[in-house]
Design a protein around this ligand. Structure first.
Ligand code: SF4
Length: 567
């Protein structure tokens, strides 16, 4: 039997990205941690912690474990019964669903995990089923996290008895080293949320390290975009309360003495620089981007003159800015019309004189018009994604000359995307919030575009029928979009993709006859249809609009295998 690897062995063989990986993973140090806990923060004995938490808050603790196989309704009911109803009600108000219950998307917790992992001096800890944590850590490292993700495992017993909360608390105390971290973020995934693991009972601060506990269940937060809002909002709330108590840390480098506009939403790295140049003639400067990359930037963001909600789904963050007395302005400077309207709106929010606003517009609009005219886009396009910037990209495509017919976004309708929605609808573009895959595919069927920009399954579908496709997340949303730099930035990739139609036709012809859908691949015998099972397990997407029922039926028809029924 091989000797079990010691921490020293592991350290020699593993790539250590940060010191979180050096935290002991066994319970050996448990007693030491309990005895080191500051009085008043962690003086509750290990065995009493959860019970005491429940007694203080009146929060009923989980009486039985609910597995993630239980389904969203049962998980939601269990979470409400376990004291999470206030959180779920807030999420229901912040992240309204419908016309679909839940768009098809990745695990929402990836959004908040990514926000935490991108912040300096911040430790992230997940509490959830091992399979969920495996997927989330895999995805975060796929996207180059280069940081350790903490995990507090559980089993039925530790979940039901409340020991899981004690384990989380213990892990937090072990991690909370002020020399290494400004903040520790603990995230309850589906099962611990449904079981009522009371992260709100963690100490708010340990040795000067802020402790932030959030619930990000798939049955309460519809998309990974909105999960970013959950964590960014929780951090901004914490920072706002700190600022209310007294002086807080200044930004590392004071970049400007002008009033700033905080920028809401992750964007292309050069975009804040471009936005700053647009703001300069208004006497303003670009402030921090929220979600921020370090804690003290939260204070600088709150210190802004106004907030530009570049991405329109940050409802909790906007609430914090609102509480701090800051105006939140929707849309973004995309294309000529978008830039003109945005400069007007930002100028008005910051009480800038009209002459300065006109000067700012005159300084930039001719250059944008010229850039758009120089690189026009020709072709019919459908567009769908889950990043929140879909409507902005849609505006830029239309201003570039594209025949855009449909924009689907997994994000909900909010007042901050109204200017973009109204502008696009006035140009005859169909907008679908909370778009389902069926709706995105239905639009593709209906409009027969020259190019489908979309999520992986949409692009796959397009390529299968010989239509060029571009992944929204990797190829479109990660480009400069704003001002003169954004104008024309899409044209090259979009026109090149449309021009590749002949290549897609050749590929489609090459693969013709090798099977499709359930029958793709090499089989010992012809696959048998299971129409009853398909009917039993196929979800009903909900209210349909614009003839999408018919489009979905048409798609279903494509699944029919001649002589074998629907498989
Ligand atoms: S945490 Fe919830 S939504 Fe995420 S993978 Fe696990 S079960 Fe799915």
């Amino acid at each position: 039997m091989s000797k079990r690897a010691t921490p020293t062995d592991r350290a020699a063989s593993e790539v250590i990205y940060d010191t979180a990986a050096a935290v002991p993973l066994t319970n050996d140090a448990a007693e030491a941690v309990a005895s080191e806990a500051p009085v008043g923060q962690a003086s509750v004995g290990k065995g009493d912690a959860v019970a005491a938490a429940g007694a203080r808050t009146g929060t009923p603790l989980a009486e039985g474990a609910v597995g993630c196989h239980a389904g969203p309704e049962e998980l939601r009911e269990a979470a409400a019964a376990a004291g999470k109803s206030e959180t779920l009600e807030r999420y229901a108000a912040d992240y309204p669903v419908g016309p679909h219950d839940k768009p098809q998307s990745m695990c929402p917790a990836f959004g908040s995990l990514r926000v935490g992992l991108r912040m300096r001096r911040t430790a992230t800890v997940l509490s959830g089923s091992a399979c969920c944590v495996y997927g989330l850590t895999f995805t975060s490292h796929f996207y180059g996290a280069r940081r350790s993700v903490g995990y507090v495992p559980f089993d039925s017993e530790t979940l039901v008895t409340g020991k899981l909360f004690e384990d989380i608390r213990e892990a937090v105390f072990k991690l909370a080293d002020p020399a290494v971290y400004d903040a520790v973020v603990v995230t309850n995934l589906c099962v611990p949320t449904a079981s009522g693991v009371p992260l709100q009972m963690l100490p708010k601060e340990i040795n000067g390290v802020r402790i932030i506990g959030i619930d990000v269940p798939g049955f309460g937060v519809p998309t990974h975009a909105e999960a970013k809002d959950v964590l960014a909002g929780a951090m901004l709330n914490y920072a706002r309360r700190e600022a209310e108590q007294g002086p807080v840390q200044a930004p590392k480098q004071r970049r400007t003495d002008r009033p700033t506009v905080a920028l809401l939403g992750e964007m292309f790295p050069a975009d804040p620089v471009g936005l700053g140049m647009l703001l300069e003639p208004l006497g303003l400067a670009a402030g921090p981007v929220v979600p921020t990359r370090e804690w003290r930037e939260l204070y600088a963001a709150l210190d802004c003159a106004a907030v530009a909600a570049i991405h329109p789904f940050y409802t909790a963050v906007a609430r914090e800015f609102d509480a701090a007395g800051r105006k939140v302005v929707g849309s973004a400077p995309v294309g000529r019309d978008g830039t003109a309207a945005w400069l007007e709106a930002i100028g008005a929010a910051c009480n800038v004189e009209q002459t300065k606003i006109e000067a700012a517009k005159n300084a930039v609009l001719p250059a944008i018009s010229a850039a758009l005219a120089k690189l026009p886009i020709t072709g019919r396009i459908t567009l769908s994604g889950y990043e929140g910037s879909e409507l902005l990209v849609g505006r830029l495509l239309v201003e570039s000359g594209a025949d855009l017919r449909y924009v689907g976004t997994a994000c909900p309708r909010t007042r901050w995307s109204d200017p973009d929605r109204e502008w696009l609808e006035a140009k005859g573009v169909q907008i679908q919030y909370r778009a389902s895959l069926e709706q995105d595919l239905g639009a593709f069927q209906e409009y027969r575009p020259d190019l489908a920009i979309g999520t992986t399954p949409v692009v796959q579908k397009a390529k299968e029928v010989g239509t060029p496709g571009l992944y929204f997340t990797n190829l479109i949303s990660a480009r400069p979009l704003f001002g003169p730099a954004g104008a024309g930035s899409l044209a090259q990739v979009v026109n090149a993709a449309i021009a590749g139609k002949a290549r897609f036709d050749r590929m489609r012809d090459f693969f013709e006859g090798v099977g499709a859908g359930d029958t793709a691949g090499i089989w010992q015998e012809q696959p048998k249809g299971r129409p009853d099972a398909r009917k039993a397990f196929s979800g009903v997407a909900g209210t349909e609009t614009n003839g999408k029922d018919r489009a979905r039926d048409a798609l279903a028809q494509e699944s029919v295998v001649t002589g074998e029924g629907v498989v």
